[in-house]
Design a protein around this ligand. Structure first.
Ligand code: PNW
Length: 448
């Protein structure tokens, strides 16, 4: 038997996002976001689900905070909905929107939980999308105005800030692959969006520094890990391109102020240029206090001529998969974070999301027995221990998610929560995974 144990100051947390949990889409002056529009567009979200009600956390946040307290987490990561603060994206501040987050933040602090706030978790005000969204550099200025209001309102109480959640999803998944809002399929557009979000991140960091607030600021990228399917050089290169697109395209500007040159050439070969203006790369590469990493999966990639953007394909063999079809590959977490540490040095790392989708039901005994999720967490915690043992500055871990919630294009059909949500009654029921994590936190580890 061995003991997996975490440092005393390790930051345990769970994460959510505004549109996925809040509901109350038209209350207290909230404006519409691109997700309201997208979810109402036939065929975009499974079953035509929307976030109109979601988990109703707008009204039930006290219950959610009680669940967090009982769980024993040190921190809770949630996001602020920009259209609650600026219903039209710019202009007049909506005080009622600020009031809601003030209640949440004060409630968390009263419960002994540190708020970790994401500024942008995908709910761009629709009014800004109507003017070009992130393709339009004016959206960067609007974001800065929003960030300033929020920093000034909460900067004394919130000590941990994340500018953007998953810039790869905001750009390529949403504007090239097209499965998330606003649902475009244009590679040049997606490249512009990625660049403008990165610039907005850098400018928000500069703004935060100028306000002399007492906390830390970083950003969150979703990383994955593609292994070459074979040792053949063409497979090795294909896997390299896949990792570069998902990982380095975002990490390198953020942490080194440059784009990976071989990828710039690859894109150029497709007629795609990054719209870099003078000073942009210095802005993007502003020093940050930590890097957030969302990790779910990895797998094998091999060369396939004329397949996709990168002459490559994923090979789905040899892995268990979760209910959403993603490989379970815990060692990939170790590999990608070891690589990040080697490549980018000693910047503190937080796993800002990790978790599994399983097909959960409330059992006759009243419990929710999500054995695959418990196993997924256990295996990823073991990799966290390996990372810490090898000297990687992994400072914390946020389970995705506190609650089953609106899983974007998958609607309510796919559940990631450690707490079950009954979408009829909105009743919350902690799952076995919740009790597992609760025990790991209270005992500082577990036996394997
Ligand atoms: C992340 N993909 O989203 C988000 O940060 C969460 O809001 C989300 O609920 C969670 O992971 C689980 O999906 C992603 O299709 C959604 O590649 C989809 C993809 C990646 C990340």
């Amino acid at each position: 038997m061995a003991r997996i144990s975490f440092p005393k100051d390790f930051v345990w947390g769970t994460a959510t996002a505004s549109y996925q949990i809040e509901g109350a889409y038209d209350e207290d002056g909230r404006g519409l976001s691109i997700w309201d529009t997208f979810a109402r567009t036939p065929g975009k979200v499974v079953n035509g689900d929307t976030g109109d009600v979601a988990c109703d956390s707008y009204h039930r946040y006290e219950e959610d905070i009680a669940l967090l307290k009982q769980l024993g987490v040190k921190s809770y990561r949630f996001s602020i909905a920009w259209p609650r603060i600026f219903p039209q994206g710019t202009g007049e501040v909506n005080e009622k929107g600020l009031d809601y987050y003030r209640r949440v933040i004060d409630g968390l602090i009263a419960a002994g939980i540190e708020p970790a706030v994401t500024l942008y978790h995908w709910d761009l005000p629709q009014a800004l999308q109507d003017k070009g969204g992130w393709d339009n550099r004016e959206t960067i200025d609007a974001f800065l105005a929003y960030a300033e209001i929020v920093f000034k309102a909460f900067g004394d109480k919130v000590k941990s800030w994340i500018t953007f959640n998953e810039t790869w999803c905001v750009s390529f998944l949403s504007n090239f692959i097209g499965v998330h809002a606003p649902g475009h399929t244009d590679l040049q557009l997606a490249t512009n969006v990625a660049h403008h979000c990165l610039v907005a991140h850098g400018r928000a960091v500069q703004l935060y520094r100028s306000l002399n607030l007492p906390g830390q600021i970083g950003t969150t990228h979703n990383l994955s890990w593609s292994e070459p399917y074979t040792t053949r050089p063409e497979d090795v290169e294909a896997a390299r391109r896949s990792r570069a697109w998902g990982n380095e395209w975002f990490l390198e500007p953020t942490l080194k102020g440059s784009y990976p040159q071989f990828m710039v050439e690859w894109f150029r070969g497709k007629g795609i240029e990054v719209p870099i203006l003078e000073g942009d790369m210095e802005t993007i590469g502003q020093p940050i206090d930590f890097i957030g990493v969302n990790f779910y999966t990895g797998g094998y990639t091999r060369y396939k001529k004329d397949s996709g953007l990168f002459d490559s394909e994923d090979v789905q063999v040899g892995f268990d998969q979760t209910f959403i079809g993603w490989n379970v590959y815990p060692e990939a977490l170790y590999k990608v974070l070891s690589w990040l540490h080697e490549e980018y040095g000693d910047i503190p790392i937080y796993i800002t999301e990790n978790g599994a989708c399983t097909d959960d039901h409330v059992a006759e005994d009243g419990g929710v027995h999500d054995a695959q999720r418990v196993d997924y967490y256990r295996k990823h915690f073991i990799q966290c221990q390996r990372l810490i043992d090898s000297g990687v500055p992994l400072k914390g871990y946020y389970a995705w998610s506190l609650l089953d919630n609106f899983e974007w294009a998958e609607g309510y059909a796919k559940r990631f929560g450690i707490v079950h949500t009954d979408y009829e009654t909105l009743e919350r029921t902690p799952k076995d995974s919740y009790y597992f994590i609760q025990k790991v936190i209270s005992e500082g580890g577990f036996d394997v």
